[in-house]
Design a protein around this ligand. Sequence first.
Ligand code: SAH
Length: 472
Amino acid sequence: MDYLPVFLRLAGETAVVVGGGQVAARKVDWLLKTGARVTVLAPELGPQLALRAARGELTHLAQPFTPAPLAGAATVIAASDDPQVNAAVSRAARARRIPVNVVDSAELSSFIFPAIIDRSPIVVAVSSAGASPVLARRVRAQIEALLPARLGALARFLGARRAAVKRAVAPGARQRFWERLIHGRAAGEVLLGAEAAAAATFARELRTPGDDRGEVYLIGAGPGDPDLLTLRALQLLQQADVILYDRLVPEAILERARRDAERVFVGKETGDQGQQSRINELLVSYARAGRRVARLKGGDGYVFGRGGEEIEALARAGIPWRVVPGITAALGAAAAADIPLTHRRLAHSVTLVSGHAAAEDSLDWRALARPHQTVVFYMAVGQLPRIVARLRAAGAAGDLPAAIVERATLPTQRVLRAPLASLAALAAREQVAAPALLIVGEVTALALAAPALTPLPGDPLPGDCATIGAVA
Ligand code: SAH
């Protein structure tokens, strides 16, 4: 480790900034946030610093750099555009043992500025020890995405209650009380901006610690690529202490949950009718035991996910819940296979259909066979020949374009395209397996493919994904 990360208290201290331009202005912004008294040494000021000087927020010494104004300074920042001036600032500061930062020069600096996430009083600082500030900023962006916007408010809320907790909770039980509080209802309310409700909840939790009602989060996990989780899904996964998950939820997504959360696999074997009611009962009993339960479902919980039934069970049992939408497989597949589901020329509506319903023959095939639309069949693998036959009997042309997207958005995704008449044969030859979607409509024949694209972390390697063309 090349640097020791520390947090400097600068309130009331003098901070000297040499330079009057934009770079200096950004450093001044940070310094002023800490309550430092800022002196800017520069013959001239750019517009941002000039405005601050006019408002009396800083002292401007309109002169070239000389060491004299460094006397008594707690820190010095050299942000002029003249390397010789910056070097002189560095020498003068070091001779006086004042911590100095020279912008863009780790060698001339005794400390460096990190990339900062400011949810005061929570502050996260990221450094690459000067090796790659751009990479450090990206790490910051990744961490920032995980942190709730109102984290600072939560820290202040908890800070304001330290004394009350100290009075009410015995020392041995305090740690546990805070743990539960941070993961509990009051904290959740603060994070949603409902501070008044949170204060009432806190007062109740303080009177009867341990009397924490459980709750359930019905979370759509998306089609498989963990980067397609929503920020809210990630935040609730960090809160939940039990996770009930399906077959469609990959390990890479479970890894984003709290490390110490209990994981319960509740994947359904097809045809196991009892499993759904067992899941409903599990959700209710975990919540009754005061646990926060994340119910993770592939795609979106309200699209062929039986989320409705689980919520009905919670409603009957009087257990609170929150639903987080996920990217349903049709949308994931559309994006990952470049199949726009609607198109001004080709498709004016899109219909999501359950392949199981196809088996039961409860569908309006004539409506599904009409032109100028896109029909997406979920759970279609076992029903392909029947679906094709029904569509054709209802008037769909044999050359109507169609596609199968298998394991959409996952590294092993395959896209098979063929006219309706030869689709079932192609699927059989390629041994298509679940999870896969059947997409029927002219949009599947658009030959869209991006030229070489900047890869994102988690993207499949070139050649991993297969597109398989029509067979005659
Ligand atoms: N709630 C889910 C659907 C569950 S039903 C959603 O909103 O996506 C299960 C079916 O979803 C599978 O049989 C398959 O048809 C489809 N599916 C789910 N994930 C998929 C994926 N990554 N690629 C293709 N199809 C998928």
